[in-house]
Design a binder for this molecule. Structure first.
Ligand code: ZN
Length: 330
């Protein structure tokens, strides 16, 4: 049987101008924040170096939250400082509030992700603010950035966009309203996150399609969790709509603190393989990512790792697409 490559979604072609996608490694933040193991700064730097050598050029390297809340990420400033020494590496951090933003600006992050939860119940529990109070905080962060003449980009990350463990359903209209409000408040970009793994390909297609129609290319990234095994299918659905940037996590670590053993973000190596196998250039050497996964397993002993590609290895005829060209990078 002759395999034919599925063509990428028409939107993807019109958005990027070529068949290329960016995978942002978020394991150093989203993955590590949800597991008990504290990975040393030395090993985080090894992780970044190996991911960079494999071709990854965007990474979320930590979060500026108080160390007493997330000791796993207490060394974010040091990890970021190292990331900034690698030419062409676009380093993001998560900032939950104004104070975190001050640190991100001070340390020269390329981008800061400000999370907003579209679920009011989740927002009050996790951020102790309503979604609209987070929007107001983004306006203050934007004013701070502009006053300092700083170039750090602001991404508003709309989480629980597909549902919430506390609230249940989250209305699409509310997700879209908050996304627009973030941009109006001064966010440079917005992204949509399925924080708890409730999305399915149909809901992803529908919401991302509406979001792109509303805000165009300022819709920056798709962030999926593989909690219920839908991660790759959801990424493909977003690709069909024209999304060409995805968050992913080495070995799929992370998960949900309320569901022991649950998988975290979509797995980096599996996502890169899917895209490259589809003929979409990521610029990432999936073999090198698999090798990194094996090293990381040593730093994460006792933690549950996820993903599928590592079990079977690459198909015999697999050929990577090659590096992302300047025109192809989005
Ligand atoms: Zn996440």
């Amino acid at each position: 049987m002759t395999a034919t490559l599925p063509s990428p979604g028409p939107g993807a072609l019109s958005l990027s101008g070529s068949s290329a996608a960016v995978v942002r490694e978020v394991g150093l933040r989203d993955g590590l924040q949800s597991i008990a193991t504290v990975v040393s700064t030395t090993h985080k730097i090894e992780w970044i170096n190996a991911a960079y050598a494999a071709g990854l050029r965007e990474m979320e390297v930590g979060s500026f939250v108080p160390a007493r809340l997330l000791p796993q990420l207490a060394d974010t400033a040091d990890v970021l400082a190292h990331a900034k020494t690698l030419a062409g590496l676009f380093a993001s951090v998560l900032v939950p509030n104004y104070k975190g933003a001050e640190l991100a600006l001070d340390r020269g992050a390329d981008l800061m992700v400000v999370p907003l939860s579209a679920s009011h119940a989740h927002s009050l529990t996790n951020l102790r603010k309503t979604p609209d109070e987070v929007v107001a905080e983004v306006a203050r962060i934007r004013a701070l950035r502009d006053a300092g003449g700083n170039h750090t980009l602001i991404e508003g990350g709309v989480g629980t966009a597909f549902g919430c463990t506390l609230q249940g359903e989250v209305a699409e209209s509310e997700v879209l309203r908050l996304m627009q409000a973030l941009l109006d408040a001064g966010a440079d970009r917005v992204s949509l996150a399925d924080t708890v793994g409730y999305a399915d390909p149909a809901s992803v297609y529908r919401l991302f399609d509406k979001a792109r129609a509303l805000v165009g290319e300022r819709l920056w990234c798709a962030h999926f969790h593989d909690t219920r095994g839908m991660g790759l299918a959801n990424a493909y659905a977003a690709w069909q709509v024209g999304i060409a940037r995805f968050d992913a996590c080495l070995a799929g670590i992370g998960g949900c603190p309320h569901a022991p053993g649950a998988s975290g973000n979509v797995t980096t190596e599996d996502l890169v393989f899917m895209l490259e196998r589809m003929g979409v250039s990521t610029g990432i050497d999936v073999s090198a990512v698999l090798a990194l996964r094996q090293r990381a397993a040593g730093w994460l002993s006792g933690e549950t790792l996820h993903g599928t590609l590592w079990r079977s290895g690459l198909p015999r005829a697999f050929a990577p697409i090659g590096p992302v060209t300047a025109e192809g990078a989005v």
